[in-house]
Ligand binder design. Structure first.
Ligand code: ATP
Ligand code: MG
Length: 451
């Protein structure tokens, strides 16, 4: 039997059948950007029926985020270059956003003349949902994390915040103690009241006491008028006592009395004032070991330690690094207006390999530094500070014995930073990602003297 000759009409039917059996969406356009074919999968992904779209402009159907910025089909029609797996968002018939991956190529007829272009596209909704699930992160206020240890803290934080109980936050320098303290305040019943912070390590005893409790006119020679203390300024709100481990024994007694009796006397005053504050205290030191050494009062420790939050150092939760990098890149993009979108693979590896003795604050400073130097859309290794060498490079030669060389290394790093900045403590502290008072303390501990 002679095979039946296919007519042009029959040809089209076969082509449609083939197109409809493909799982990807496929459509073609003519040179005027109007849709000429539209397969079944395209109908399913977009929600439009073939008869509604044939003859329409493709941008009216797809309403993609890039239609008017950089139309991939126009690009292909103009340059003959194909586009492969570009991710874009379109709006479906119900006006819901659908992420798709598109590929384009030019369409020529048998004579080799361009007659239009073809686009295939794949629905990425499921992949996006899975991706989201995998990268699920915990956020509470401005705290970003995906580590289990921090998630546990964030879980209890709302209850802690609502309770009005005294909170003790422990964490190394730059781990986010103050950030947690403000998050507690902002979600507490006192959120409309003030949040007042005092660094207990930054002032000598007498100054700190007048700062905390205030004084009355004439309490001492320079007291020309009444001065309210931080307890008064924080009334109705939260008083954040930072570096509480640095309190002198004398001030510890006075603070204990305020916590027990909920009242205090300003210097030179004969009457007492009510202390209507919620106390959140923080320390980089472990207070219970200070108690054992006799440097911190046990009774005050128990008063403070009602709710304890322990923030782990960044090196113990490296899974947070990509997230924090992203967070700070976005923050500095907003702040500087620079269009930096990404961190190169090598730069990211460098960031992941480093140990961050200055914790999150150091990471933040590293990225701020990179933003200053970076002129293009991507942060590269050349934009990172030179001292960001992997910690194992520095410690590599010593695999012997159990004694840690960490203190020695810390001393070395601090001296180097100080030398680099001509012993300017503020600048060195900034580079090291620690507070000035922390640097000062570490200098004292290591016996580093300013030449
Ligand atoms: N989990 C986090 N998510 C987002 N930002 C964070 C996080 N942890 C810390 N930061 C940021 O890092 C910086 C340092 O945090 P913070 O000042 O709260 O640390 P700290 O423990 O009080 O440090 P120090 O002991 O040096 O006073 C801040 O800019 C803070 O916003
Ligand atoms: Mg702090």
């Amino acid at each position: 039997m002679k095979a039946k000759k296919t007519t042009p009409q029959g040809n089209k039917e076969i082509t449609d059948l083939i197109l409809d059996s493909i799982a990807d969406g496929v459509f073609t356009i003519d040179q005027g950007m109007r849709i000429t074919t539209f397969n079944k999968a395209a109908e399913q992904i977009t929600g439009y029926a073939r008869r509604e779209v044939v003859g329409q402009f493709c941008h009216d159907i797809f309403k993609a985020d890039i239609c008017f910025k950089m139309c991939p089909l126009k690009h292909t029609a103009r340059t003959f270059e194909s586009i492969v797996n570009m991710e874009v968002n379109i709006l479906n018939r119900q006006n819901q956003e659908v992420p798709i991956s598109i590929s384009t190529s030019i369409l020529k007829n048998r004579k080799g003349e361009v007659v239009g272009a073809v686009e295939t596209f794949r629905d990425l909704s499921l992949i996006h949902e899975l991706r989201k699930e995998i990268s699920r992160q915990y956020t509470f206020q401005d705290i970003v994390s995906k580590s289990k240890a921090v998630a546990k803290l964030l879980n209890i934080l709302p209850d802690v915040a609502q309770s009005d109980a005294t909170v003790l936050i422990r964490g190394e320098s730059g781990t986010g103690k103050e950030l947690f303290a403000t998050a507690i305040h902002n979600t507490s019943l006192r959120k409309k009241g003030p949040f007042v912070a005092v660094n207990c390590g930054a002032l000598p005893e007498t100054l700190l006491e007048s700062e905390l409790f205030g004084y009355k006119k004439g309490a001492f020679t320079d007291a020309k008028r009444d001065k309210p203390g931080r307890f008064k300024m924080a009334a109705g709100g939260t008083l954040f006592l930072d570096e509480i481990g640095d309190l002198s024994k004398g001030t510890q007694v006075k603070l204990l009395r305020v916590l027990e009796q909920r009242e205090y006397e300003p210097l030179g005053s004969t009457s007492t004032e009510k202390a209507d504050v919620r106390i959140v205290a923080a320390s980089h030191q472990d207070l219970s070991s200070l108690v054992k050494k006799g440097e911190f009062r046990e009774d005050l420790f128990y008063r403070l330690n009602v709710m304890k939050l322990e923030i782990p150092p960044l090196r113990d939760r490296k899974e947070d690094l990509p997230l924090l990098v992203d967070h700070f890149v976005r923050k500095f993009t907003e702040k500087t207006g620079k269009r930096i979108r990404a961190v190169s693979k090598r730069a990211m590896k460098r960031l992941l390999d480093y140990d961050y003795p200055g914790n999150v604050r150091e990471l933040e400073n590293v990225l701020e530094h990179a933003f200053v130097l970076c002129k293009g859309p991507e942060i590269k290794t050349s934009h990172l500070p030179e001292n960001l060498t992997p910690s194992n490079h520095r410690t590599a030669p010593q695999a012997t014995g159990k004694t840690s060389r960490l203190p020695e290394l810390e001393k070395q790093v601090i001296v180097e930073a100080l030398e680099r900045y001509g012993w300017d403590r503020s600048q060195a502290a900034r580079e090291l990602g620690m507070h000035r008072s922390t640097l000062w303390r570490k200098m004292q501990r290591h016996g580093i003297e300013v030449p």
